[in-house]
Design a protein around this ligand. Sequence first.
Ligand code: ADP
Ligand code: ASP
Ligand code: MG
Length: 406
Amino acid sequence: METIVLKFGGTSVGTIERIEAVAKIIKEAKKEAFPIVVVSAMSGETDRLINLAKEIDDNPPKREFDALISTGEKVSAALLAMALHKAGVASKSYSAAQISMKTTSQFSKAKIINIDFTKIEDAINNDFVPVITGFQGITDEGDVTTLGRGGSDTTAVAVAAAMKSLRCDIFTDVDGIYTTDPNLVPEAKKLDRITMEEMLELSGQGAKVMQVRAVEFANKYNVPVRVLSSFAPGTGTLISLEEPNMDDMEKAVVSGIAFQKDQTKISFQGVKDSPGIASSILGPIAAEGIEVDVIIQNISNEGRTDFTFTISSIDRDVVEKICNTQLQDLDFNNLIIDNNVGKVSIVGVGMRSHAGIASRAFQALANNNINISMISTSEIKITLVINIDDVNNAVKVLHHEFELDK
Ligand code: ADP
Ligand code: ASP
Ligand code: MG
């Protein structure tokens, strides 16, 4: 039977009224294909649980932390199954453990390994709409894990890949993917389509409308994904698997702008410039599963150089500890840890065929007195590290400069 995965985010299931509205969307979707539903916790719930844990311990035991913060999704899944029942649609809720959604054992950053879809198939064959808890999994030992903030998106795409579903529809509080966060720039425009490549970069650089892991899964397993609103009807944005045609590429040089504020910049100043310094600094950090983003090593001066990189601020405490223990013996003059940084990224496949995008961006920022501290580029992306207080303005300036509001 043809299936379609429908994922509902926190605001979409934020109240009983919203949950009942979602039940109606699912009932309607059942006419197109058999729905498999994935839900997030009710909005604010995951934050509430995190704060409860922090009241006890700033650094609580990781296993218990995941056991706690995964509970929000169980509540919304059961409530939605009840609402479906009331709307005349037979349904059963399933936790990750009940469908053996196996993950790695890195708590709070676990990665999905495989899903036993016999339970899901059983439900479908008996005409029960399965409602699956997003954001969580279990280890081989049976411990509950979570997939990182926004992880329900990844659950949804993984289920769609495993079930070879027709499509994965991500229902959220905006009616699609915009040229930048419409909550920051009201002039942002909704895109009807976006390429997988561009979405990978936008999500990877902070557009939280979809967790980057989810886009990676969609890309790897060729899952068509659509992002749309659960609040208003519409066709949303399709993340297309096809290559864009040249006409579209000519039209839009830049497709979107992403930004991230929760960044930390770490600089080893005056580090001895010898083979292997990059790996001796970044090796222990990678071993903790921490992602390092923009990396810059300066030209060396009298055998010493500066080595700088950015990480997500969530990982700051762990990285600081590594710097002060494992990296203590490294030969350097100063360690500077700066929390006042953010990143702005310009993304577009059209950059391949257009030169001068970077200099246009630099000029626009300079005209607005915004200082750039680090730059990194890829074929379809330019990332700029700037002061955190300049991020909002930089997004607006660049959005206007590249005429994304037109
Ligand atoms: P959900 O709870 O449904 O998962 P999220 O809050 O995780 O919703 O993601 C939706 C939010 O993503 C939007 O409200 C918007 O503020 C933000 N966002 C950031 N960048 C974009 C973008 N380019 N297009 C649309 N939304 C974006
Ligand atoms: N409830 C989780 C969070 O708030 C997962 C999600 O919403 O996707 O991050
Ligand atoms: Mg989300």
